[in-house]
Design a protein around this ligand. Structure first.
Ligand code: PDD
Length: 276
């Protein structure tokens, strides 16, 4: 599939990144995953705002003008010959002999374009199982950094137990999923973890907030503890790639009636409209 590296369109399997690159030696970079529905990037401006914010937060000198950067994304989409795809964008501190100190070199920009990696319709219909896992990450999870080791370890653990996601908790409260935000529905009210340094400000989370406002569904930012999680009427997770995904089990315990609930379904329906 088509990819991009520092000014060139390449094949995603081409060996274009040298060994001495900060991205794979240090995880010294930031990224975004953007979904394109029928040739239209979904909430592109919000993704770019977050990318520039993440870069700034790690003092990465990413000075590419927004319009020219967008032009590269659109050219990648066009070259992919796909209409529905996921674009991965990564900015690193560049190519320099390994040294912890910041190098004096240009940043590296890479992108890939891949067909949707979607959750099966069957699982979406049934709802997902999840596990709980301590949040072992650092305290700057609002930055979409390449350092994902705690995330992948927890997600793999979930997978090995037949689950889709690991829901992370810190100090007795839910933070987020390893690659998603977590929402509880209680008494018709949608609740999710307040934004802080401990979670990523999900773009899908933002979309859910907007959809809820449109529908007059009560949306509340609130710390949810483990007891409240188990006692939820409905539970769902959100991300660019999983959209709004119902959750029906946590650590083997059934949530609500054990199937996707009416508020989740309503939000899903209206979210889908925004992607059309
Ligand atoms: N992950 N929290 C974490 C830790 C994430 O990695 C993600 C997204 C989200 C949801 O954010 P958004 O709605 O903007 O996709 C929350 C992406 C999809 C990934 O790593 O593949």
């Amino acid at each position: 599939s088509v990819a991009y590296f520092n000014g060139r369109f390449v094949d995603s399997r081409d060996p274009v990144v040298p060994i001495d690159e900060r991205g794979h030696q240090f995880g010294d970079g930031v990224y975004e995953v953007i979904r394109i529905y029928n040739n239209k990037p979904f909430m592109l401006e919000e993704h770019l705002d977050r990318l520039y914010m993440s870069a700034e937060a790690i003092a990465l000198p990413f000075r590419e003008a927004r319009e020219s950067f967008k032009a590269v994304i659109f050219e990648l989409i066009s070259r992919s010959n796909l209409t529905d795809l996921d674009v991965y964008v990564q900015i690193t501190r560049g190519m320099a002999a390994r040294n912890h100190l910041f190098p004096d070199c240009p940043v590296s920009i890479s992108m890939t374009a891949k067909p949707f990696r979607s959750i099966s319709a069957e699982l979406r219909e049934k709802g997902a199982k999840t596990i709980l896992h301590p949040d072992e990450r650092w305290t700057n999870c609002y930055i979409k950094s390449l350092n994902l080791l705690p995330n992948i370890l927890a997600k793999q653990k979930a997978h090995e137990q037949g689950c889709l996601e690991a829901i992370l908790h810190r100090d007795g409260k839910i933070t987020e999923g390893t690659s998603s935000n977590v929402f509880v529905v209680k008494g018709g009210r949608v609740q999710t973890t307040p934004l802080s340094r401990h979670i990523l400000a999900g773009i899908t989370r933002m979309a859910v907030q907007r959809v809820a406002a449109e529908l007059g569904v009560d949306f509340q930012e609130k710390y949810v503890d483990l007891q409240e999680l188990y006692e939820a009427d409905e539970l769902f997770i959100t991300s660019t790639t999983s959209e709004i995904m119902p959750v029906v089990q946590v650590d083997g315990k059934t949530i609500g009636i054990g199937e996707p609930g009416p508020v989740t379904r309503l939000l899903q329906k209206h979210y889908k409209k925004r992607t059309e």
